[in-house]
Design a protein around this ligand. Structure first.
Ligand code: BG6
Length: 484
């Protein structure tokens, strides 16, 4: 069946940096369904030809050597543009007419990709619904909604209700690009495709889990958006929680969208609620030095660019095992890693002049920049008495792969076209995530807010964050990419 991808917000950064390059790569790799057409919609008064030449330039600079003029021309034949204001009835009628024109009356499956300014999400959904474009009696109709999905529980719930007035839940694909990353999917395979990890993956053997998403970049040109958002909304409610869910979830009975998401939601449901005193004890806030001078940032802004949280997942598997989550901008390097720290061995057999006891094993799952895992284990120092040293076993996921690992948008766009929602967030998942984040933000904005610590860029956040975890007799795994 022919497909049409309609991108609302076609002149935005996401479209040129991610969506079009991903669709073009899928085309080159022969992964786009046959006869896929792309229709961009935005307010700028462009022709299809103008838009194509703008996209050719941005795609070439983004993809570098993977871009070839010949394949671009073939791909671009099916790329169209319709200027229009989502708010205007007359413009929307033109969009519908354009769709009919490019589909030439054929029954095509459609994906509506909503990537406008968030204030326009509801309007776009309403226009689609009222115009009957959600009706999938004759061909699939799906809607992909970009983040942010609300700014708190009330707005996310409102957006869910609104969306469900026009689309059934199984037509709705809420995107979190972290779920499209190969290693995130690989965590599921590692855990549920092997026997050796799962028996140890619980409170009896795991001391704690660390999830770090460190970014070297600062807010740059996004100061205006970021200042009203902060790191908890920008990174925790979505990406860090997704990582925590795939680490902590139970094995689903089958690998279907709903059964996978049922298990993920249970993790969020089990996260222990915190009193305001506990929030203070179990969190650290930071702001990088120089943030107040960024464009679009209020001169006395209290917005945090770094946060660390200690969460407990109160269920049989994880009771008593803290999950330490942290993320920040202006950090030492770009790395996303999950550390599963195992307990120390129960009986110390081997003494050591430098180290009196073996450390617990550690599994480091690196999501980026390179994707892979590193296992830390004790081994004997060669030619010495029974002296121990910590050794590493590295595995790079792309080690046996020829060519690049696909970008997360390629995977997610393809899944949306094929109707597989396993790697998209469900309405209840999004709302449970806000239920955890809302009280923390409320506490942080109130009179009892913990101090906002300043930190110099190129650091692992404020040094108070290290002291904070050390009070629990643990240390952050402050290591720039372990797999290169
Ligand atoms: C986005 C955030 O969702 O994720 C950005 O809005 C952040 O602030 C980005 O930089 C990080 O994504 P990635 O894939 O580069 O880790």
């Amino acid at each position: 069946m022919a497909h049409t991808m309609v991108i609302f917000g076609a002149s935005g950064d996401l479209t040129s940096r991610k969506l079009i390059p991903a669709l073009y790569r899928l085309y080159q790799r022969k992964r786009l369904p046959p006869e896929t057409r792309i229709l961009g919609v935005a307010r700028s008064p462009l022709s299809s030809e103008d838009w194509r030449s703008q996209l050719a330039e941005s795609t070439a600079s983004f993809l570098q050597h993977a871009f070839t003029t010949e394949s671009w021309h073939a791909f671009a034949q099916n790329v169209f543009y319709q200027p229009g204001d989502i708010d205007s009835q007359a413009d929307f009628a033109k969009i519908v007419a354009k769709l009919d024109e490019i589909e030439r009356g054929n029954n095509s499956a459609r994906v509506y990709y909503i990537s406008t300014m968030p204030q326009l999400y509801q309007r776009a959904i309403e226009q689609l619904g009222v115009a009957g474009l959600a009706d999938d009696t004759h061909a699939p109709r799906r809607i992909v909604i970009e983040k942010p999905f609300g700014t708190d529980l009330a707005s996310a719930h409102g957006l869910n209700e609104y969306t469900q007035r026009h689309f059934r839940e199984d037509q709705v694909y809420r995107i979190d690009h972290y779920l499209g990353k190969e290693t995130v999917q690989n965590i599921l395979v590692l855990r549920f495709g092997n026997l050796i990890f799962e028996p140890l993956w619980n409170r009896n053997y795991v001391d704690h889990v660390q999830i770090t998403v460190a970014e070297e970049v600062t807010v740059g040109r996004r100061g205006g958006y970021y200042d009203g958002s902060g790191v908890l909304r920008d990174m925790f409610q979505n990406h860090l929680f997704q990582l925590m869910m795939v680490i902590a979830m139970e094995c689903p009975a089958r690998f279907t969208a709903d059964l996978v998401r049922d298990e993920k939601v249970k993790v969020l449901q089990a996260v222990r609620a915190m009193s305001s005193e506990e929030i203070k004890q179990h969190s650290v806030r930071g702001q990088y030095a120089g943030y107040l001078n960024e464009n679009g940032v209020e001169s006395d802004s209290q917005t945090e660019t770094f946060a660390a949280l200690k969460l407990h997942v109160d269920n049989w598997r994880w009771k008593g095992v803290p999950f330490y989550l942290r993320s920040g901008k202006g950090m030492s390097c770009r790395t996303t890693q999950i550390v599963v720290q195992f307990r120390e061995p129960p009986h110390i057999l081997f003494g050591n002049s430098q180290r009196t006891k073996p450390e617990g094993n550690r599994l480091v799952i690196q999501i980026q920049p390179a994707e892979g895992i590193q296992l830390h284990f004790e081994s004997k120092v060669p030619n010495e008495d029974m002296r121990l040293r910590l050794s590493q076993l590295d595995y790079r996921f792309d080690g046996h792969q020829t060519g690049e690992l696909q970008d997360s948008y390629q995977r997610l766009l393809q899944d949306a076209m094929l109707g597989d929602a396993s790697l998209f967030a469900r309405s209840d998942e999004v709302e449970w995530a806000w239920r955890i984040i809302d009280p923390i933000i409320e506490n942080w904005r109130g009179s009892k807010a913990p101090e906002l610590h300043s930190y110099p860029c190129e650091n692992w956040g404020p040094h108070e964050s290290s002291q904070w975890i050390e009070r629990d007799r643990r240390t952050w795994f402050d290591v720039c990419p372990v797999i290169r």
